[in-house]
Design a protein around this ligand. Structure first.
Ligand SMILES: NC(=O)C1=CN([C@@H]2O[C@H](COP(=O)(O)OP(=O)(O)OC[C@H]3O[C@@H](n4cnc5c(N)ncnc54)[C@H](O)[C@@H]3O)[C@@H](O)[C@H]2O)C=CC1
Ligand SMILES: O=C(O)CCC(=O)C(=O)O
Length: 630
């Protein structure tokens, strides 16, 4: 059943993300030597027209004159515009199709390109009110139909007056001319559409500022596809997450706030209250206290590998899914470890520092090839194992120790105890995960086991090593050098000072936790983590989640998806199914997975269900969180 409200929708920068004449300019002026100047002129004139500082008629005459476009270029324009329909319009195609009879496109653009675009969304050409190009015999655009009221100022109001619409009328648009419809008393509400452009002169006049079509449908109880408009989902990204991640989440329609540094517990406790998605790296601690304040939080994205900074158990108890990027920066860490092994064994860092002081100290003393030396890897996970392969290719003999059984790659040799590894290798490189039990796993005793003149690298987590013991070992000469990228206490941002007992020691490489800080790694992470979070929110998929039972789900087709997260107690699935049976709801597909703490049940059902049924599902004892995907 179409909704009785009539929607008057603008085209440029509303139905599509762009101004069509700007794109036409990019096509028609492709080989023009003054292309950039002319394109800028077109954009400036468009803006002035939208803001009302140039009369619309004048802006049109000036732009058509600069464009010098042809009919065949309109065909190219249509192809481009099809790719540039606003995301929330694409998302709500079903709504537009179902309500096409009550949707009117009223635009100062041109029917020539609008009809094919909106036609894909079921909107009939009789409901499209826009300008018309005038072509000469050679199909050049030479003018526009000057009789059309839409080629004049306040033409939209005049057009609507003529259509004589009845009932409730809502206008959706990004320009002042859209507001003028409401101002003329011809519409009940004006929604300033800000998904693509935000013009203060226009938003000031709006009944409601709509960052997306979802928002308009939501406030009018018209949404069929999403239970909650994405523009109301707040994302907080801390610690300089790569711009690609910010762009992806913005493009999804979320409200994204970016902060360059980490936040203290106190700051985050306050900030988290309105946040639905939190993105962090290694320095923000998501503690129990933070989570107590996080009543809207749906997911946490660790834009890194380690998740020891997050209270995963409390996240589970609150139904908050955590995702990380388990492989995206692995290679970067491995390359850094290889470089540091060579730097340490050649004393490059001290030598270069000395050169900068004007000293020429040419000598082979204390410098060694890495070829044939014994590398001991502690923690043979993703990083340890990849380091093993690369190191072997560089001529090192690789030995490793892991607390769990791990397959030896290449010619690497598994060693049965940490003590044996520590006491037999020339270089020890730490790649264990950040679990609490690993605190000081490399303590004074272990360091004392190391061969005299050996080297220690820690690119894993700061709490793993007893730092004063390392300092003593370097000063006594037992260790010939060390490289540390991670520290028990790390500054929250680049402004805070770095304090450590390792500062100033000889042949000691100190780096500010940059093992994963390459542009490649950061880009990979910034694509991977938002991808996982959006998939979870849009489909319920938890594959690769750090703390949720992993379910990889089929696409949702012609069904509604009920997502039920509960404490892992006996009988919850039976209760869900009993309620569905009581309400005669047909199950199309069902998926259940549990871990020690929680159960995750996905039930795809026929479209017909009542709010009472949903209410009953929400109130099953042990329910942590329940949501519906349409
Ligand atoms: N410096 C940096 O910028 C970066 C640091 N990391 C850190 O590197 C470490 C390794 O990362 P991945 O290889 O991806 O992790 P992973 O989880 O794949 O591997 C860790 C391995 O360590 C083993 N392990 C844990 N405790 C151990 C112990 N006490 N003794 C021996 N083995 C132990 C585990 O069984 C596992 O095989 C993590 O702590 C991670 O947070 C990761 C990326 C960047
Ligand atoms: O780059 C970061 O912020 C953290 C890197 C790291 O330690 C990790 O990925 O676990």
């Amino acid at each position: 059943m179409p909704h009785p409200t009539k929607f008057i929708i603008d085209f440029d920068s509303t139905f599509t993300q762009v101004e069509a004449l700007d794109i036409l300019g990019e096509i028609s002026l492709l080989n023009d030597p003054d292309r950039e100047i002319k394109l800028k002129a077109i954009k400036d004139i468009t803006d002035k027209g939208m803001e009302g500082t140039v009369t619309f008629r004048d802006s049109l005459i000036q732009r058509i004159d600069i464009l010098k476009a042809t009919k065949s270029q309109i065909a190219d324009l249509i192809l481009e515009l099809k790719q540039k329909v606003s995301k929330s319009f694409e998302r709500n195609k079903e709504f537009l199709q179902d309500n096409a009879a009550n949707i009117y496109i009223v635009s100062n653009g041109f029917r020539d390109f609008i009809i094919p675009i909106v036609g894909d969304y079921g909107i009939h050409e009789d409901n499209v009110f826009a300008n018309e190009f005038v072509y000469d015999e050679a199909d050049n655009i030479v003018d526009f139909n000057r009789e059309n009221p839409l080629s004049q100022n306040n033409g939209k109001a005049e057009t609507i007056r003529k259509i004589n619409l009845e009932g409730e009328i809502y206008v959706i648009g990004d320009g002042y001319t859209d507001y003028e419809i409401k101002k003329s008393g011809l519409a009940n509400k004006f929604y300033a559409f800000t998904e693509n452009v935000n013009r203060p002169k226009v938003t000031r006049e709006a009944d409601h500022i709509a960052p997306s079509l979802d928002e308009i449908l939501y406030v009018n109880n018209l949404n069929t596809k999403f239970s909650y408009p994405k523009s109301r989902i707040k994302v907080l990204l801390l610690e300089n997450v790569h711009q690609i991640g910010v762009d992806l989440l913005n493009a999804e329609g979320y409200e994204v706030e970016v902060v360059s540094s980490a936040m203290s517990e106190e700051e985050l406790c306050e900030k988290i209250k309105t946040v639905s998605i939190l993105g962090i790296r290694s320095k923000t601690n998501v503690t129990k206290k933070v989570l107590e304040n996080a009543n809207r939080l749906i997911a946490v994205g660790a834009f890194c590998i380690g998740t020891n900074q997050i209270d995963l158990e409390t996240c589970q108890e609150k139904g908050i899914a955590v995702f990380n990027a388990p492989f995206s920066n692995t290679r970067s860490v491995v390359e850094m470890a290889i470089a540091e092994i060579i730097f340490l064994m050649r004393n490059f860092v001290d030598k270069t520092a000395s050169m900068h002081q004007g000293n020429w100290d040419k000598s082979a003393t204390g410098s060694f090839e890495i070829r044939g030396k014994k590398l001991g890897i502690v923690g043979y996970g993703n990083i340890g194992a990849q380091l093993s392969v690369l190191a072997e290719n560089m001529g090192l003999n690789v030995f490793y120790y892991d607390v769990i059984e791990k397959l030896a790659l290449g010619n690497a040799t598994k060693v049965n105890s940490l003590d044996e590894l520590m006491s037999t290798c020339d270089i020890i490189s730490l790649h264990v995960d950040g679990r609490k039990d690993n605190e000081n796993v490399i303590n004074r005793k272990k360091i004392e086991l190391m061969k005299p003149g050996s080297y220690l690298l820690n690119l894993s987590r700061g709490h793993v090593v007893d730092i004063p013991a390392v300092r003593d070992a370097i000063l006594s000469g037992r260790l010939a050098g060390c490289a540390f990228d991670v520290f028990p206490e790390e500054p929250k941002n680049n402004k805070e000072p770095f304090v450590s007992e390792l500062i100033g020691l000889p042949n000691t490489i100190l780096t500010p936790h940059i093992g994963g800080s390459t542009l490649e790694a950061q880009e990979n992470i910034a694509r991977f983590v938002p991808g996982k979070i959006m998939e979870y929110i849009n489909t319920g998929n938890t594959y690769n989640s750090v703390n949720f039972p992993n379910i990889q789900l089929p696409f949702l087709q012609n069904a509604h998806r009920l997502i039920h997260i509960h404490m892992n107690e006996p009988g919850v699935l039976a209760k869900i199914n009993q309620i569905l049976a009581n309400f005669e709801i047909n199950i199309v597909g069902q998926y259940l997975k549990t871990n020690e703490k929680i159960g995750y049940v996905i039930t795809d059902i026929d479209k017909a269900y009542s709010n009472e049924a949903l209410d009953a599902l929400k109130h099953i004892p042990g329910t942590i969180r329940f949501r519906v995907l349409y």
